[in-house]
Design a protein around this ligand. Structure first.
Ligand SMILES: O=C(O)CCC(=O)C(=O)O
Ligand SMILES: [Fe+2]
Length: 289
């Protein structure tokens, strides 16, 4: 690690509170321990004021420059983002269709010198996150489009119930809606061994509001989340302002690439890497994508 990398990190991250610059120090360990405890219990933790307040304007402005590059389309999807023609029982929750109105800016459109790119690839950021998620090494997604994205929700749009492909998602809100745009989730509703289809069905048909947690996120808060096991959504954005979040996707195995179908739905284009991985798709479990 050179001095420049270290000073850039200290300018962006509130290292007084989270000690990312000093792995294994007492402060670093206590921040990691707090995150571990909540991740075990809830599958989610919010690290408040993770970004230094002086950086928040620049972060928002960079997001605003990226937003027009997002792939805007309203797709009909299911919670697993699987191909709708796949034969399934009538009761399967994947039969329930939603309108997904959020738009993603793909990784290959995000400049390497933007704050979110610097963070996503920073070794001390990854080291801290790996410790929070209790694994030795955390890998960036090998997907050239999906590893780092910006999620844009325009007024009137929602990001409906779904599971992520990757186990670990880290997100950072860079611009908040005036109203709505709330992150909601069901902690560990499925496990690596069990889909728990009837519980999933109950939530997405509005039969189990008691199983839904609601988060109040501010710009600069970092959210750590086990999105492969916890069903989640972002409610409809109301008011005039867009809602922007940077999504940092990581995995515990190398070489994870999104499926052709999911990539087409999210980004409107598929690269040779996605086709190449099609017959050799790596996942850490046998759950539906
Ligand atoms: O924008 C968010 O807060 C969550 C986005 C999300 O769930 C996803 O990109 O998979
Ligand atoms: Fe998600």
């Amino acid at each position: 690690m050179n001095n420049n990398e270290l000073s850039v990190l200290k300018q962006i991250v509130n290292c007084d509170a989270y000690a990312l610059h000093a792995p294994n120090s007492d402060n670093w360990h206590s921040a990691v321990q707090r995150a571990r405890t909540e991740l075990q219990q809830q599958g989610c933790i919010v690290l408040n004021d993770f970004i230094r307040p002086q950086i928040l304007n620049e972060l928002q402005q960079q997001g605003e420059m990226l937003a027009p590059e997002a792939y805007y389309t309203v797709e009909t999807v299911n919670a697993y983002n699987t191909d709708p023609s796949q034969p399934l029982s009538k009761e399967h929750p994947a039969q329930i269709a939603f309108e997904r109105g959020n738009a993603f800016v793909a990784r290959d459109l995000i400049p390497e010198n933007y704050l979110i790119s610097i963070l996503y690839t920073h070794p001390l950021f990854k080291q801290f996150l790996a410790a929070c998620f209790e694994i030795d090494v955390l890998y960036e997604l090998s997907d050239p489009l999906a590893g780092l994205c910006m999620n844009v929700l325009q007024p009137g749009r929602e990001h409906p119930w779904h599971f992520d492909t990757n186990e670990f998602t880290v997100s950072l809100q860079t611009k908040s809606a005036n109203k709505g745009g709330e992150f909601q989730y069901c902690p560990n509703i499925r496990t690596p061994k069990q889909e728990n289809l009837s519980d999933v069905r109950a939530v997405i048909t509005d039969q189990a509001p008691q199983n839904i947690e609601h988060l109040d996120l501010k710009c600069g808060d970092l959210q750590l989340f086990m999105g492969r096991y916890s069903l989640h959504r972002v409610s409809t954005v109301q008011g005039e302002k867009e809602r922007h979040t940077a999504i940092f996707a990581y995995t515990k195995l190398p070489n994870i690439i999104g499926s052709v179908e999911r990539t087409r739905q999210l980004f409107g284009r598929v690269l040779p890497e996605h086709y190449a991985a099609q017959h050799n798709s790596m996942r850490s479990d046998k759950l539906m994508d």
